[in-house]
Design a protein around this ligand. Structure first.
Ligand SMILES: Cc1cc2nc3c(=O)[nH]c(=O)nc-3n(C[C@H](O)[C@H](O)[C@H](O)COP(=O)(O)O)c2cc1C
Length: 309
C-alpha cells in the first residue's frame, strides 16, 4: 500500500485522487469502461454539458486535428436535456459514485433563466451528482455560453442565481480570459471551486478550398498546444482566489498534471488526451502518485501551489 496521500477536496467534492476528466472529452464515463474501471480509478468524472431541454449542437464537420499538437471543436453542447441524460446515464453514474469516484454534472444554458431551470431539474432528478459544474465558457454557441462568463458581472449573475437552487458544491467552468477578476467575482457570489480553462477560440483555414476546416469559421482549440497558457492562467487565478481550482488544458502526462498542481490547482482534468489515448487519465493517476513520492512528500496537498518563482 502506498504511503502517499492522494485525496483532495475540490470545494466539497471529495476526490480519492486529483484526477478528473474534462467535460465533453470522456463521453459520460461509460464509453471508457472497456479500457479500465473508471469508478475504481479516477478521482472524479465531469459529464458533458446538459441543458434543461435537448440541444442539437452545430453542423458537421465539428472536429479537426492540428498537426498533432491540438484539436479544434465546434460541437456546440449537443445534449439530450436533463431528463434524457438522467434516463440514459443515471444508473451508470450511480454505479460510478458507489465505486468511490465523484460525479460532477455539467449545467448549460443560454440565459440566467435557462441555467436556473437546468439546475432545478438536476437538483430533483440527479441524486447521483456529487456536485455541479456551471459552464459559462462554451465558445461554440451563439447565445449564452462564453458570453455569460465574459465579464465579472455577467459571471456573478449566473453564479448567484444557481447558488440559490442547490446546497451541493458548485464548480464554475471558466473561459480563458480575465481569470483573476472573474474568478474573484465568482468566489464572492458563492462558487465553491473554479475549473479552468475551456478551449481557446481559434481558426483553421483549408488554403485549397479557402474554407474553414470545420463547418463554422471559428472553433475551440484544445490539447498540448494550449497547456502552457492554461498553466499560466491557473497560476494567475490561484493568486486571486481562496477557493480550490481544477486545472484544465492540454494535460496529457502526469508531468503536465504535476505542473498544474504546482501552479495552484487542487485537481486536474484530462481532456483531449482521452481522445488520443483512452488510457491517459489512468496513466496520469499512477504517474502523479509516483511524482508526489519523488518529491519526498507524503500528501499531494502539500504540493498545491508549491511553484517557486
Ligand atoms: C470534443 C470536445 C467537446 C467539449 N465539450 C465541452 C463541454 O460540453 N463543456 C465544457 O465545459 N467543455 C467542453 N470541452 C472543453 C474541455 O472540457 C476542456 O476545457 C478543453 O478541451 C481544454 O482541455 P484539453 O486541452 O485537455 O482538452 C470540450 C472539448 C472538446 C475537445
Amino acid at each position: 500500500m502506498s504511503k502517499v496521500k492522494m485525496a483532495v477536496d475540490l470545494g466539497g467534492i471529495q476526490m480519492r485522487n486529483p484526477v478528473n476528466t474534462a467535460s465533453g472529452t470522456f463521453g459520460n464515463g461509460v464509453q471508457f469502461e472497456g479500457f479500465y474501471d473508471v469508478g475504481k480509478t479516477l478521482g472524479a468524472i465531469t459529464c458533458k454539458g446538459v441543458s434543461a431541454e435537448p440541444w442539437d449542437g452545430n453542423p458537421a464537420p465539428r472536429l479537426a486535428e492540428l498537426r498533432g499538437a491540438a484539436i479544434m471543436n465546434s460541437v456546440g453542447l449537443q445534449n439530450p436535456g436533463v431528463h434524457g441524460f438522467v434516463k440514459r446515464y443515471g444508473e451508470y453514474l450511480e454505479s460510478v459514485r458507489s465505486r468511490g469516484c465523484a460525479v460532477i454534472c455539467q449545467v448549460a444554458g443560454h440565459s440566467v433563466e435557462e441555467y436556473e431551470r437546468a439546475m432545478d431539474l438536476f437538483e430533483e432528478f440527479a441524486p447521483f451528482a456529487s456536485g455541479f459544474e456551471i459552464n459559462i465558457s462554451c465558445p461554440n454557441i451563439a447565445e449564452g455560453g462564453a458570453a455569460m462568463g465574459a465579464t465579472p458581472q455577467s459571471a456573478a449573475r449566473v453564479m448567484s442565481a444557481v447558488r440559490t437552487r442547490t446546497k451541493r458544491p458548485i464548480v464554475v467552468k471558466m473561459a480563458p480570459h480575465d481569470v483573476a477578476a472573474i474568478g474573484h467575482a465568482l468566489e464572492e457570489s458563492g462558487a465553491d471551486a473554479l475549473a479552468l480553462i475551456n478551449t481557446i477560440p481559434g481558426m483553421s483555414i483549408d488554403v485549397r478550398t479557402r474554407k474553414s476546416r470545420l463547418a463554422r469559421a471559428t472553433a475551440g482549440v484544445s490539447g498540448p498546444a494550449i497547456h502552457a497558457i492554461a498553466v499560466r492562467m491557473v497560476w494567475e487565478c490561484a493568486q486571486a482566489v481562496n477557493i480550490p481550482i481544477c486545472g484544465i488544458g492540454g494535460v496529457t502526462t502526469a508531468e503536465d498534471a504535476a505542473e498544474m498542481i504546482l501552479a495552484g490547482a487542487t485537481a486536474v482534468s484530462v481532456g483531449t488526451a482521452n481522445l488520443t489515448d483512452p488510457l491517459s487519465a489512468k496513466h496520469i493517476v499512477e504517474g502523479l502518485e509516483e511524482w508526489v513520492a519523488s518529491q519526498g512528500a507524503t500528501d499531494v496537498n502539500d504540493l498545491i501551489g508549491a511553484f517557486e518563482c
